[in-house]
Write a protein that binds this ligand. Structure first.
Ligand code: ZN
Length: 139
């Protein structure tokens, strides 16, 4: 009963084996078992950028070439703009009489708070563009 209820609450697109699972939970794009970043705490400054050279479970290299993650900057720009759009429409819906200054302050403060996660999310999206999931690769 509990298992079927849980399965109905979590759509298949967020389960292991989907791109969204690997991207949102920052997992290895090939096996979806190990983490993309060594330090799990997002707001810890030391080790913030550190990623393993390769996945400890499936041995997939996580930096495909020198400077591989420069491309993630474009993804980071897109995710930041998407977040600012979400903030804008949230204000339109919940606080329609907001001013431009209020939007800019709210948007920038929330963007600063979210930037560590957006940084990692951008790298996760970028590597998921190039590496496909392989089921049972660790068996
Ligand atoms: Zn892996």
């Amino acid at each position: 009963m509990c298992i079927t209820l849980e399965k109905k609450l979590i759509p298949d697109m967020f389960n292991k084996g989907s791109k969204l699972y690997s991207i949102l939970f920052l997992k290895c794009p090939k096996c979806h078992d190990s983490d993309l970043f060594i330090e799990k705490r997002i707001y810890k400054v030391a080790g913030y950028f550190d990623m393993p050279e390769s996945c400890p479970k499936c041995q997939q290299g996580l930096s495909l070439e020198p400077g591989f993650y420069y491309g993630a900057m474009y993804v980071s720009y897109a995710t930041s703009i998407a977040w600012l759009t979400v903030v804008y429409f949230s204000l339109v819906i919940f606080y329609p009489e907001f001013s431009l200054e209020f939007y800019l302050i709210t948007g920038l403060l929330s963007l600063i708070c979210l930037s560590p996660y957006l940084f990692r999310l951008s790298r996760s999206i970028w590597i998921n563009l190039f590496i496909q999931y392989e089921e049972n690769i660790n068996d």
